[in-house]
Design a protein around this ligand. Structure first.
Ligand SMILES: [Fe+2]
Length: 373
C-alpha cells in the first residue's frame, strides 16, 4: 500500500472530493506545457465540482462551474470513492469505471488528469529502486546482446530472473502451443471469445475483432495517420477458453497473474506499447509475427523521465520514437538494447527494465504472463 495516502481517510463524500483534488494536484506534471481547462462535475454535489487550469502546476478553482472549459468530465461520487479505494491498481479501461464517467470536449486533457490520480504501492517503488541498484551493479546499461536459452531448465530461468537479466527462450518443446497460428485459425477456434471490452456494454468477440483487423490491413498504408485508433487489444484479458493453447510454459498457472492478449495490426513506426516499465517480471510469448523490443536498464530511470503518477506500470514522458531532446535533454545519454522476438520465442523480462515495443509484422500476436512474486 502507498503509505502517503491512507485510504481510510476518504470515508466521507466531502473527504473523498478533497482527496481527489489532492491526488490531481500532487500527481500533476506537465513538461510538455499543455494548456487548457477541465471542468470536473460531481452530479450528486453541484457545489463539489471544480475547474482545473493546466499551467506549470494544476490550478484549482473550487465550486466553480465553467461552461467555457475545454473539457467537461462528469464523475459520480461512487466512482470518486472507487478511485481512492483502488488508485494503486485502478485501470481506467475498466468498463465499470470508465463506463460511469461522461466526457465532452478535449479528451487529451481528461486523459492527462486521469493519469494524475494513480499512485504506486510502496512495494512497487521498492522493487524499482532495487532493480535500479542491481542493474547498476551488474552494468546492464552496457549489455549488448541478450542470451538465448535453448530449451532451458526451470533453474536456468530462475537464475536469470534472480540476476535481473532478460533472456530469450527458444526451441520450445514439446509442440509449442504458439506454432502456426493465423488469424483464420484464431477465428475458427475462438470465434465467440470476448477479446476486447470497450465500455460497460460494448464487447468485441474474436470474430468481430479479426474482421476489423482485416479491414484495417486492407486499407492503403498512406491512409494511416498519426492519432488513429489502432486495432490492438492492448493487453486485454486473454479469454479463458484460450488459456490451454497459450501457456504458461515452464511454470504453473498459479505462479502468474491472469494472462494478457496483445493482438492486432500496428504500423512498424508506431509503438504498440510506448516506453514504460512493469513492477513484475514479464513472460512474453510471441505467437504471430515478430516484435521488436528496445530495453533500457532500470538504473537509467533518471534519463527517461518516468511519470511520478502511475500504478500498474510506469510510463515515461520521453518518447524515443519522437525524441524531444530540448525538453528531455538527459535522454540523449540513455542506452538501450534492441531485440527481435520471433514467433515461438518467449522473452523473460525481469521487473524494472524500461521497454518500448514495436510490431515488425502485422498481424501480430503475443501473450504475456506476469510472475506473481
Ligand atoms: Fe510492459
Amino acid at each position: 500500500m502507498n503509505t502517503s495516502y491512507p485510504q481510510s481517510s476518504f470515508s466521507t463524500d466531502a473527504a473523498a472530493i478533497d482527496g481527489f483534488i489532492d491526488l490531481v494536484c500532487s500527481g500533476f506534471e506537465n513538461p510538455e506545457g499543455i494548456t487548457g481547462t477541465v471542468q470536473v462535475d460531481i452530479p450528486e454535489y453541484p457545489e463539489g465540482g471544480f475547474l482545473v487550469h493546466f499551467a506549470g502546476k494544476a490550478g484549482i478553482e473550487r465550486g466553480k462551474s465553467s461552461l467555457n472549459a475545454d473539457t467537461t468530465v462528469t464523475i459520480p461520487i461512487a466512482t470518486v470513492h472507487r478511485i481512492f479505494a483502488e488508485f494503486e491498481t485502478l485501470d481506467w479501461r475498466d468498463p465499470e469505471i470508465i463506463g460511469t464517467i461522461r466526457f465532452a470536449g478535449n479528451l487529451a486533457l481528461a486523459n492527462h488528469l486521469a493519469k494524475c490520480c494513480l499512485r504506486p504501492s510502496d512495494q512497487t517503488v521498492a522493487r524499482f529502486n532495487r532493480a535500479g541498484r542491481l542493474h547498476a551493479r551488474k552494468g546492464y546499461r552496457e549489455l549488448a546482446v541478450l542470451e538465448k536459452l535453448h530449451q532451458p531448465t526451470q533453474r536456468q530461468i530462475l537464475e536469470a530472473m534472480d540476476e535481473g537479466r532478460p533472456v530469450i527462450i527458444a526451441g520450445l518443446e514439446p509442440e509449442p502451443p504458439c506454432r502456426d497460428w493465423t488469424l483464420e485459425r484464431l477465428v475458427e477456434r475462438y470465434a465467440d471469445a470476448v477479446v476486447r471490452v470497450r465500455s460497460a456494454n460494448q464487447r468485441q468477440t474474436m470474430a468481430e475483432f479479426v474482421a476489423e483487423l482485416q479491414a484495417f490491413m486492407a486499407r492503403p498504408h498512406d491512409e494511416i495517420i498519426e492519432g488513429f485508433v489502432k486495432p490492438y487489444t492492448e493487453g486485454a484479458a486473454l479469454p479463458e477458453e484460450m488459456w490451454p493453447d497459450f501457456g504458461p510454459l515452464f511454470f504453473e498457472r498459479e505462479d502468474f497473474i491472469p494472462p494478457q492478449l496483445w493482438l492486432g495490426a500496428v504500423p512498424t513506426h508506431v509503438p504498440t506499447s510506448s516506453l514504460h516499465r512493469d513492477p513484475l517480471t514479464g513472460f512474453l510469448l510471441q505467437v504471430i509475427g515478430r516484435k521488436r523490443l528496445d530495453l533500457y536498464s532500470a538504473d537509467q530511470a533518471e534519463l527517461l523521465y518516468p511519470m511520478k503518477a502511475y500504478n500498474n506500470y510506469q510510463p515515461c514522458w520521453f518518447k524515443p520514437e519522437k525524441p524531444d531532446y530540448a525538453t528531455y535533454p538527459k535522454a540523449k545519454d540513455a542506452e538501450y538494447l534492441s531485440i527481435t522476438l520471433n514467433p515461438g520465442e518467449l522473452l523473460v523480462q525481469p521487473a524494472g527494465w524500461f521497454h518500448q515495443v514495436h510490431a515488425i509484422d502485422s498481424p501480430n500476436m503475443s501473450v504475456s504472463y506476469f510472475w506473481r512474486y
